[in-house]
Design a protein around this ligand. Structure first.
Ligand code: GLU
Length: 467
């Protein structure tokens, strides 16, 4: 049974990198009918906040990445960590170290002088036949893990392949501080062991922690999980992703009018591919995802691709669902539509012209509010003396129109062009500018139908008198 976990440190919102790690971990489990655990790594009491926990869970929920177990909080497991530390001290896989800050500082200075990596000199490390120093009075010890002194620790990373570290590089890691609180790497190990995690999917900034964690797991006689370290995400300029690139909370994408399915699709492709397929439903992702197809190297965030994907998803949505999804964005513009069928028709008529729900909502304002002005450029190009007679003829036709349906309106527009002996192109833009406020809209007949007879006449009058 596959068991994965997503283990965020709640020091901020769920950003795009964290969301992708969560997705890969989730897919790795779902793909094999396994279990995914959510674990909140909140031992850094100063930097962890309940608001961040809520924001992370909100982000995961929005993306639809539901977890089978958890959330488990590390801060609620301190008793368990203490218990294992006690056990390790007893069985000799860990030991008390009474070195003072000064002594450690001296070790560091010496290493620097010898141009070596700063490391603990093993002063309090118990060995056969070794006499340990006398325990200084009134000093609280830290607990160190007795790391193997020789050999190498290797693991077969599911993304990077074989990775190996010399044990001499690893030092005797502090697993409990003077106040008894467990340290980060130790908590991760105990959790992965207790939760019987089989696959650890996480950012490649944790590669250096992995051999330390493996050695502790081995000392505890625990099974070693498989590791998959996911490369980082860069901005489209090749720089480390930052706010400037939109390295914002995933819920910011919701607020900016992206659909969760589109963001998920974008994230799955950001560092993973399946041939040259671009669009993946959730079911397809689950079916096709394999960690071995994940890129070793960093991926670049590409806003225009995300916009394109979002448009694809918006266009593929059934009209009533699109209308439903659009409502909160219209509400932000103080528009509360009362006719669901009308909204569905209006939304699907305009969807191909925009990339986000925010854009689509803005595009529909002319159907819910009066037009108070015309787009300047459209006005100067199309509300002219030349177009005036066209708009007047159109107005006359509309005022006598009895059947307000798309087909009749199509005939009406064509007839107007014919009567005036002009091309459709000469009627389209002036008419759009007059009834939409700008020279762009869906097909003329549909636009006219959506605007309605009364409003169309009113707007044509306004446009004519503006010339
Ligand atoms: N809490 C770590 C982080 O947010 C992840 C640790 C892990 O996955 O092992 O970077």
């Amino acid at each position: 049974m596959i068991k994965t976990r997503f283990a965020p440190s709640p020091t901020g919102y769920l950003h795009i990198g964290g969301a992708r790690t969560a997705l890969y971990s989730w897919l790795c489990a779902k793909n094999k009918l396994g279990i995914n655990v959510l674990r909140i790594e909140d031992t850094d009491l100063e930097r962890s906040t309940p608001e961040a926990v809520a924001a992370i869970i909100e982000g995961l929920n929005w993306l639809g990445l539901e977890f089978d177990e958890g959330p488990f909080y590390q801060t609620k497991r301190f008793e368990r960590y203490k218990e294992v530390i006690g056990q390790m001290l007893k069985d000799g896989t860990a030991y008390n170290c009474y070195c003072s800050k000064d002594e450690l500082e001296k070790m560091r200075e010496l290493a620097e002088k010898n141009k070596e990596k700063p490391r603990y000199n093993g002063l309090w490390r118990p060995e056969i036949d070794k006499v340990l120093p006398i325990i200084p009075a009134g000093v609280l010890p830290v607990v160190r893990f007795k790391n193997p002194l020789e050999g190498a620790t290797s693991f077969d990373d599911l993304i990077h392949g074989q990775i190996s570290f010399e044990n001499t590089e690893l030092d005797d890691l502090i697993i409990a501080r003077q106040d008894g609180s467990p340290t980060y790497n130790f908590c991760v190990v105990i959790d992965d062991m207790d939760m019987q995690i089989t696959h650890v999917v996480r950012g490649d900034d944790h590669i250096n922690n992995t051999p330390r964690q493996i050695n502790i797991l081995k000392a505890l006689g625990a099974k070693i999980p498989q590791y998959a370290h996911v490369a980082m995400i860069l901005g489209d300029d090749g720089q480390k992703l930052s706010k400037r690139h939109g390295a914002v909370s995933v819920t910011q994408f919701r607020d900016d009018g992206f659909l969760p399915e589109a963001v998920l699709n974008y994230l799955v492709r950001l560092g993973w591919s399946h041939g040259d397929q671009e669009l993946f439903s959730r079911t397809q992702m689950i079916e096709l995802f394999d960690l071995k197809d994940v890129n070793k190297s960093a991926s670049a965030f590409n806003t225009s691709k995300l916009l394109w994907l979002n448009q694809q998803y918006m266009m593929a949505m059934p009209a009533d669902e699109l209308a439903q999804a659009l409502k909160p964005y219209l509400a932000n513009l103080n528009i509360i539509p009362d006719d669901a069928a009308y909204l569905a028709l209006a939304a699907s008529a305009h969807v191909a012209r925009c990339h986000t729900l925010v854009e689509l909502a803005q595009m529909l304002v002319y159907l819910y509010e009066d037009i108070n002005s015309f787009d300047e450029e459209s006005k100067s190009l199309y509300l002219t003396e030349v177009s005036k007679p066209v708009l007047i003829a159109l107005k006359d036709q509309i005022s006598t129109c009895e059947h307000w349906d798309k087909d009749s309106l199509n005939v009406l527009i064509k007839q107007t062009a014919k009567d005036l002996n002009i091309k459709m192109g000469q009627i389209g833009m002036p008419m759009r500018t007059a009834i939409v406020g700008r020279a762009s809209s869906p097909n003329l007949d549909l636009t006219l139908f959506l605007v309605g007879k009364e409003r169309a006449l009113k707007r044509l009058n306004t446009a004519i008198s503006a010339i």
